[in-house]
Design a protein around this ligand. Structure first.
Ligand code: DOR
Ligand code: ZN
Length: 470
């Protein structure tokens, strides 16, 4: 018999699946997991990581990042965002399609995959964008090309020539396609349902926000509270409600992005009880922050949808516990320092998140909010299954990609913005004292991060749903 040989062995860790924990070693060859054992195997290995006293997860997946590449690379680019992902224990990211050019047809998708490939420190999928009538006939092509899903920014206007999203739309702007009406949105649901792929919506009702903002601007108040009143929970509630109704009619696989309200959680829970394929996510900023933090943290915590109130935060944790919300992602959406300074009402929404996602969720484990197995579910198993990459990723099994995140659950430290690897360092979590940290990020057997050091070079590969990747 030939002598057994491995490229890497992760020895003596506690392996965490979505159901249980067990002690074991993971043997890796040619980028794949080839054995998982509790007793050591005889043979040669090139590298060993001793994971004694640490937990070994299937690599964490961040399904929602905006690297703004190409289009706004002064804020972020894919080299930086994926380096930040590696540093933060994330082995796969899904890049959002509101780039310039946007990923609105198959040929843009192919160029985007090519463009991102050389910069990727971790594996990546690419979302397609649905813009309404202007690219309805492109959705099937995008699906066949391999998009992770379709993103629809419900309630946003788009520029008529560049198809860029208008973040500060006002009625009567020129060369702008105003937000779609419900009839046009229904057509999107119908077309996407024909592809069988996911339709993921940004759920904020434009009319409600316009109307309430008008009223809020007439009053003198400019506080976070006034701002919250200008974008009330009702905006999310109405859009989720309409989205669910359209999904019921069309059979579209609806996914609600970054849920921020108690009302949203209740609606999704009800639809799931009725047996509909509605899924939803939330993000650490909604789980860790409330309106009460604004005074201390300031404008870095401005995101859309806005961070809401304590009762919303409690409902989101309940939604995580009963798995109404089946995944947590970062919505990494960096802007520059300068852009985030200024008036709360006019600065752009979004902050960094890909590097702080796993640390914050580990802290949640230590605070007793969730269990280690929930983390394996929320950040690995569930996203891999939902987005159809579970043949290769999402659990520690022989034959799957050797994507692993090793964590020290007991490590205590203070999160510092200056330690972040993204281009922009804008985070609401600067100075947070956390317990639990990823110590190694392994992508298909390549150790891309070890004890905070970034190793290797960008080795990330493209992944698509429903196939073996490239
Ligand atoms: O705060 C946000 N920023 N929310 C979004 O949905 C978009 C994102 C961005 O791209 O800046
Ligand atoms: Zn987003």
């Amino acid at each position: 018999m030939n002598q057994l040989e491995w490229d890497l062995v992760v020895k003596n860790g506690t392996i965490v699946s979505n159901a249980d924990l067990y002690k074991g070693s993971v043997y890796i060859k040619d980028g794949k997991i080839v054995a998982i054992t509790s007793e050591p195997l005889m043979g040669e290995t090139k590298k060993v990581i001793d994971a004694s006293g640490q937990y070994v997860f299937s690599g964490f997946i961040d399904t929602h990042i905006h690297s703004r590449d190409p289009g706004a690379t002064h804020k972020e680019d894919f080299y930086y965002s994926t380096k930040a992902a590696a540093a933060g224990g994330v082995t796969t990211v899904f890049e959002m399609p509101n780039t310039n050019p946007p990923i609105n047809h198959a040929s843009n998708y192919y160029s985007q995959v090519d463009h991102l490939k050389s910069k990727a420190w971790v594996d990546f999928g690419v979302w397609g964008i649905s813009l309404g009538p202007v690219n309805l006939h492109e959705l099937q092509g995008l699906h066949e090309a391999g998009v992770i899903g379709f993103k629809f920014f419900w309630g946003y206007a788009i520029h008529a020539k560049s198809y860029q999203l208008m973040y500060h739309y006002e009625d009567n702007m020129e060369e702008v396609i105003p937000p779609l009406n419900d009839g046009e949105v229904f057509d999107i649901f119908s077309e996407v349902s024909k592809t069988g792929n996911i339709l993921a919506i940004h759920a904020e009702n434009h009319d409600i926000i316009q109307q309430f903002t008008k009223k809020a601007k007439q009053s003198a108040g400019r506080s976070y509270e006034d701002f919250l009143n200008s974008r009330p929970n009702l905006a999310e509630e109405l859009t989720i409600q309409t989205g669910i109704a359209m999904a019921k009619k069309t059979g579209a696989r609806l996914h609600i992005l970054h849920v921020s309200t108690a009302e949203g959680v209740a609606l999704i829970r009800q639809a799931q009880k009725e047996g509909y394929h509605i899924t939803a996510e939330t993000c650490p900023h909604y789980l860790f922050l409330t309106n009460e933090d604004y005074e201390r943290i300031g404008t870095s915590m401005k995101v859309y949808p806005l961070v809401k109130r304590k009762k919303d935060q409690d409902a989101l944790w309940e939604g995580i516990k009963d798995r109404t919300l089946s995944l947590v992602c970062s919505d990494h959406a960096p802007h520059t320092e300068e852009e985030k300074e200024g008036d709360l009402w006019s600065i752009p929404a979004g902050m960094c998140g890909v590097e702080t996602l796993v640390p914050l969720m580990l802290d949640a484990v230590n605070k007793g909010k969730i269990e280690l197995v929930d983390l394996a579910f929320l950040l690995s198993e569930s996203p891999a299954k939902l987005f159809g990459i579970d043949k290769q990723k999402g659990s520690i099994q022989v034959g799957k990609d050797a994507d692993l995140t090793i964590v020290d659950k007991d490590l205590e430290y203070t999160l510092k913005r200056s330690d972040l690897h993204s281009k922009s360092k804008v985070t609401a979590f600067d100075g947070f004292h956390l317990k639990g940290k990823p110590t190694a990020t392994i992508v298909r057997g390549n150790i891309v991060m070890l004890h905070g050091e970034i190793l290797e070079k960008p080795i990330g590969q493209h992944v698509c749903p429903f196939n073996e990747g490239e």
